[in-house]
Design a binder for this molecule. Structure first.
Ligand code: ZN
Length: 237
């Protein structure tokens, strides 16, 4: 039998702020395996969960951000505010061992540190904060930590709703408005408000003006029929 190829490889990184050199773990995404896709599109991974490795953390100043492009880009950083947040970074960072293999708990800590960086960036959409909270919730889901998953899904939901109601152009990437509204519906359903979930799913179906990936239309129909029948469909987990 052929030897299993490694999924993680070590690379070099340099902090764009304090110039500290350090090692980072990267994941060969084409070697990652998953067992299923949840209804909110998170994946249930088998073995390595790539979400745990996505944030790079400088071991010296605890500047943290999603790898490569975002990590290297400090053009939108309010350095005064970043400096002010140093005690928060140190408190979080002191619990993060950067010289050993990353665990899911460390992955969560790294995303929390990336949130501290995000606070010091200018013009960040509430939807961006939401997506970080949602990733933390997903990692807690993979650990079976239901209460913490719920807590972070609620935080994600509030931020997504803020972005949707108050921002002209929330930073939501490729999912578009249909994806955002579907996501808010799913978050309401998963945090226990079926009524509100139905309103969002219905909105995607009935609003012909809504822009975004049409696959979300199908997801919304599936979720609505599941709620109406009172019986979750097979895939509904
Ligand atoms: Zn640094």
């Amino acid at each position: 039998m052929a030897e299993e190829k490694p999924i993680i490889w070590k690379g070099d990184a340099q902090c764009p702020l304090c110039k500290t050199d350090f090692k980072v773990e990267n994941v060969w995404l084409n070697r990652v395996k998953f067992q299923e896709v949840y209804t909110d599109l998170a994946k249930k991974y088998e073995g390595v969960n790539p979400m745990v490795y996505e944030v790079w953390v400088c071991p010296n100043c605890f500047y943290a951000a999603y790898k490569k492009e975002v990590f290297l880009d400090t053009s939108d950083l309010n350095e005064k505010l970043f400096k002010k947040l140093e005690p928060v970074r140190k408190k979080l960072g002191s619990a993060l061992a950067t010289d050993v293999a990353r665990t899911p708990d460390m992955g969560i800590l790294a995303i929390k540190l990336a949130l501290v960086t995000l606070q010091a960036r200018k013009g960040v959409s509430a939807a961006k904060f939401a997506s970080y909270f949602y990733k933390i919730a997903w990692i807690y889901r993979s650990l079976g930590e239901k209460d913490l998953e719920l807590k972070y899904m609620q935080m994600a939901l509030h931020r997504y709703e803020d972005a949707y109601e108050k921002e002209m152009e929330p930073q939501i990437g490729k999912m578009g408005e249909t994806g955002l509204v579907f996501t808010m519906g799913e978050l309401h359903r998963r945090t226990g408000d079926d009524q509100k979930a139905q309103e969002y799913f219905m909105k995607v179906i009935t609003n012909k003006e809504m822009q975004g990936d049409p696959k979300f239309l199908k997801y919304c129909r599936d979720m609505l029929s599941g709620i109406k029948e009172g019986e979750p469909p097979e895939f509904w987990k």
